[in-house]
Design a protein around this ligand. Structure first.
Ligand code: NAD
Length: 392
């Protein structure tokens, strides 16, 4: 006889099986498009006109974000997204390149008082316009700037990978806890319909128990400049695993809503030594979950792929592409996923700002970044040791 719980679960599975995206809230209860609207403005001029009282209080106040590091991701994704966010706006910049300042100030109406360099960055503590510091620097610099931001009593969004070592990730978490500020990682896919659908399919066991997961995320860098920071170990912490493979590890974890307990991994052959003399060219791994489920992953800087697949007892799903900024497509054993491509960074930063403002835990907290650092380091440990099984 079915228990009440199992009947509810079954009804829920039926509902989720016929799921179609409704504006507002997903079946997991995570708001997609219904974030609260703003009260104050997103222009520097109007900010000056806002009273101190309004700057520091009010549930609907837009939070001011300062971007640290004005490279490709800040310039092409985050700053434009911050023109569309409802809960936060681009209030300031932190850069080591003075020649970028005028263009950013003009383009985004940023006042002089909200422009910092790496030396005077700590004085951001005295600036009430800045509520959140968003660290968008090369990976090995994430720890220093997250910790300095926390000491300045600012909430922090830190880009992936959170750090280049488990120890640094732990220090970042500690600093944010000690200073009473929030820490979220730039895991935009947790706010994105196709990947959220995978979370539902897997975690809610819509097609029964998940029996296998496979993912790949690779980008060919071998026709570009070999002197970029992504190929320098001291700045990147590692090769494609730190940059692209982390998405595949994330994909496995959010498909089942759990962390793996062990891993085996192998480095691929180095066929482009001009590029890959400090970091790996490619790596393959198998994550093992406590129930025996295996999630296979691959990442490379010398080929192209972008997919996340899951197989369950009674069905399957595929996202391909799965991780890029847009153009995602998905299919299940019941047909094409009819979901929209959205401006992920808008949803991500609005969601993160809302969690900071409401003093609520982020859905992509620093703890998740630390968990992932442990997994990535275990993958490297296994690959360095001829594929030996490493427990996490
Ligand atoms: P980028 O090379 O375009 O920009 C890096 C920035 O850091 C530049 O402004 C550069 O001037 C500055 N910098 C400071 N010190 C530096 C140093 N010693 N060497 C090199 N640059 C230095 O890189 P990016 O693509 O913008 O990546 C920045 C961060 O954002 C990385 O951690 C990356 O993983 C992350 N990222 C995340 C996503 C995502 O989808 N979430 C996408 C791209 C990048």
């Amino acid at each position: 006889m079915k228990t009440e719980h199992s009947q509810i679960q079954e009804q829920r599975r039926k509902f989720l099986k016929g799921f179609s995206l409704a504006l507002g809230t997903t079946a997991l209860g995570v708001p997609l498009f219904s974030l609260s609207s703003c009260q104050s403005s997103n222009t520097a001029g109007e900010q000056t006109a806002t009273s101190d009282q309004e700057q520091t209080t009010g549930q609907n106040r837009k939070m001011g974000i300062a971007l640290v590091g004005l490279g490709q991701y800040s310039a092409n994704q985050l700053a434009p997204a911050l023109q569309e966010t409802e809960n936060c706006y681009l209030a300031g910049i932190v850069t080591g390149t003075p020649t970028k300042v005028d263009e950013w100030k003009t383009k985004y109406n940023i006042p002089d008082k909200n422009v910092y360099n790496y030396e005077n960055f700590d004085s951001i503590a005295d600036n009430p316009d800045i509520d959140i510091v968003y660290v968008v620097l090369p990976n090995s610099m994430h720890a220093e700037y997250t910790i300095r931001a926390a000491r300045a009593k600012k909430h922090v969004i830190c880009e992936k990978p959170m750090a280049t070592s488990v120890e640094d990730a732990q220090r970042m978490l500690d600093a944010c806890r000690e200073n009473g500020v929030g820490l979220a990682i730039g895991y935009r896919l947790h706010y994105e319909p196709f990947n959220k659908r995978v979370m539902e399919l897997g975690q809610e066991q819509v097609f029964g128990k998940v029996v296998s997961i496979q993912g790949g995320n690779s980008q060919d860098l071998t026709s570009g400049n070999p002197n970029i920071w992504r190929l320098k170990k001291d700045l990147s912490g590692g090769g494609p695993l730190m940059d692209m493979g982390i998405y595949v590890v994330q994909g496995a974890c959010y498909t089942v809503g759990k962390a793996p307990v062990a891993v085996t991994a192998q480095f691929g052959e180095v066929t482009s030594p001009t590029y890959f003399y400090e970091v790996e060219q490619s790596v393959n791994w198998a994550l093992e979950f406590e129930d025996g489920l295996i999630a296979e992953g691959t990442t490379s800087y010398a080929e192209e792929n972008d997919f996340l697949k899951g197989k369950a007892e009674n069905g399957w799903w595929t996202l391909e592409p799965a991780y890029g900024y847009d153009g995602k497509e998905g299919e299940t054993s019941e047909g094409k996923m009819n979901l929209p491509n959205i401006y992920e960074q808008v949803q991500q930063m609005d969601g993160q700002a809302q969690s900071f403002r409401n003093n609520e835990p982020s859905i992509v907290p620093g703890e998740m970044g630390l968990r992932d650092m442990r997994i990535l380091m275990a993958i490297y440990e296994s690959a360095r040791n001829g594929g030996k099984r490493v427990t996490i």
